[in-house]
Design a protein around this ligand. Sequence first.
Ligand SMILES: [Zn+2]
Length: 293
Amino acid sequence: MAAGMIPVTKLAYFDNMWAVESTATLLSHLQTEDGRRALILDSTIFHPQGGGQPADTGFISGAASGFKFVVEDARLKDGLVYHYGSFENPRDDFVSIAKEGEEVSLYINPQRRDLNSRLHSAGHLLDICMRKVGLSHLEPGKGYHFLDGPFVEYKGIIPPDLLQIKSKELEKEANALILTGGQVSASVLSYNEAAEWCGGVLPSYIPTDSSPRIVKLGDHPGCPCGGTHVADIADIRNVTVTQIRTKKGLSKGHAARVSDPSSFRVFDPYLSSPLVPGLSSEISSEPKRLSVL
Ligand SMILES: [Zn+2]
């Protein structure tokens, strides 16, 4: 089946962010121009890289034909999720093994998903805390929820003498909210309902005729998001705000160092900036109307 003829992949994690196993139908398999192999399914629990969140990894197996395809990456393109990887048995290939239309089982790496969800939820939690520490006038920008230096970005100005104080306040507030806990929910809503969930207004990039997916942490105002999250704010466990860095009027509060003994790393996001392609150029191209601190 040609990729162009396939209906969009149903993003099963929209309905259930916590399923780590599922079944689906294999619709197509292909080899890309760069030699990578990919499977396309009718629905998936694999989160493709996007929205600041890395892709899930795991495997897909076909019970009838007995193949096991190890998924190293997942990407969303034109509504289709491409599960990139390779057969566990190198002798297997698409033609002889994987059969279009067969039922397959999906398994995502639960530890990786859990960490990605914690990092993503930590970014949303920091956004809530920005309002609580008197920084609601800053305009939210992008979030980066990768392990190598997660951050949330804002446009606006924080006076230099307040940077450290606000950083500490953010961290204190975030960990207090983690201690209290609160259910995390995600729903695809009508525009008006979505606006209500988000405290009355939606960001201007959400089309008024769309049905956005809104993620809400506890009773705090929600925000549009396509990612996966923890089930309860308490599951974030701990947040360390390493610093707030400003550049040309951009402020970044770092949701870095979500403490996790199994994968503990100290992040210095500024040393790892080459790992964030395009970030530097994006910052330097910020409009000059913003003051330099
Ligand atoms: Zn999000």
